[in-house]
Design a protein around this ligand. Structure first.
Ligand code: NDP
Length: 290
């Protein structure tokens, strides 16, 4: 039976540490890190995410600024708001909740956020830095996944990591981080051949495809560490369930360690958002990273 990597407990620990760091920044530097979250439209899942982010921001002692705009907000109004937040000294992190309504140019908005305040790590400068000098802001979901992997395995050097999925927000930055950690990395996607055989060669398997239970236990090398990023809402036995991209019962019997869904990568993503905001507050204030 695999060790369960408890993302919820991990995230709690990270938030506890952040609470202490925020208290120290306040008392020693009179600095309160602030996170602004911008939501355009009424997407129910996005509303839940934004509420959770705001609650956890306040719980660690940071300032939370919420900006809710109607679904018919035009691009210029959104860009003007971002410009104001870029120039607001109380704001150290800006998160624009995605997806944006179809009439708004998403890349344009992402790159309008100052790269210093881009706590999602999606700005082209941060993407470029992740793939070159390894500096800049790292996207939250891959960062949380890497933290759990390092805690579970220690040094990742030489391990073969297979990343299933090549999105800009998960697959690609995850692959970049694993490469930086000296893994041998294979990125797989919808055109990859012999996916099952490829996955069986992985010491580390990161699944980020968005397909419920796509990876069964017999795709997993015995003892491998499995990070299940997927969040899929399915209806089963008349109930709505949240399941990952990995078939948990069969995978748990083969893997060495595995993240559950829910309670794995998800909680770490928000905790890493707070972590990134604290880091950026320090950088902007010239205090340096801790
Ligand atoms: P995307 O839809 O942007 O990307 C999915 C990737 O999976 C694509 O690269 C696609 O390949 C690949 N893919 C799709 N079907 C297959 C297949 N049958 N075989 C192999 N590869 C396939 O998704 P995201 O990266 O945004 O998200 C992935 C999952 O992670 C989702 O379930 C999402 O909800 C979840 N997620 C969870 C987060 C968390 O906090 N835990 C945060 C962000 C996402 P191709 O490029 O060829 O189309």
């Amino acid at each position: 039976m695999a060790t369960v990597i408890d993302g919820k407990a991990f995230a709690q620990q990270l938030r506890n540490d952040l609470k202490e760091k925020v208290a120290a920044l306040k008392s020693e530097h009179r600095l309160t890190p602030g996170l602004a979250v911008v939501l355009v439209g009424e997407d129910p899942a996005s509303q839940v995410y934004v509420r959770n982010k705001a609650r956890q921001t306040v719980e660690v002692g940071m300032e939370s600024f919420e900006h809710r705009l109607g679904a018919d907000t035009d691009e210029k109004t959104l860009l003007d708001l971002i410009e104001r937040l870029n120039n607001d000294d109380a704001v150290h992190g800006i998160l624009v909740q995605l997806p944006l309504p179809a009439h708004i140019d998403e890349p344009k908005v992402i790159n309008a956020v100052s790269h210093d305040k881009d706590v999602d790590g999606f700005h082209l400068i941060n993407v470029g830095r992740l793939n070159t000098d390894g500096g800049g802001v790292v996207p939250c979901t891959p960062l949380g996944s890497l933290m759990m992997l390092k805690s579970q395995l220690g040094d990742l050097s030489g391990l073969h990591a297979v990343v299933l999925g090549r999105s800009n927000i998960v697959g690609k930055p995850m692959a970049a981080l694993l490469l930086q950690a000296n893994c041998t990395v294979t990125v797989a996607h919808s055109r990859t051949r012999n996916l099952d055989a490829l996955c069986r060669t992985a010491d580390i398997l990161v699944a980020a495809v968005g397909r419920a239970r796509m990876v069964p236990g017999d795709w997993i090398k015995p003892g491998a560490t499995v990070i299940d990023v997927g969040i899929n809402r399915i209806e089963e036995d008349g109930k709505m369930r949240l399941v990952g991209d990995v078939d948990y019962p069969s995978a748990e019997a083969v893997a060495g360690a595995i993240t559950p869904v829910p309670g794995g990568v998800g909680p770490m993503t928000i905790a890493c958002l707070l972590h990134n905001t604290v880091q950026q507050a320090r950088r902007i204030a010239g205090i340096g990273e801790d």
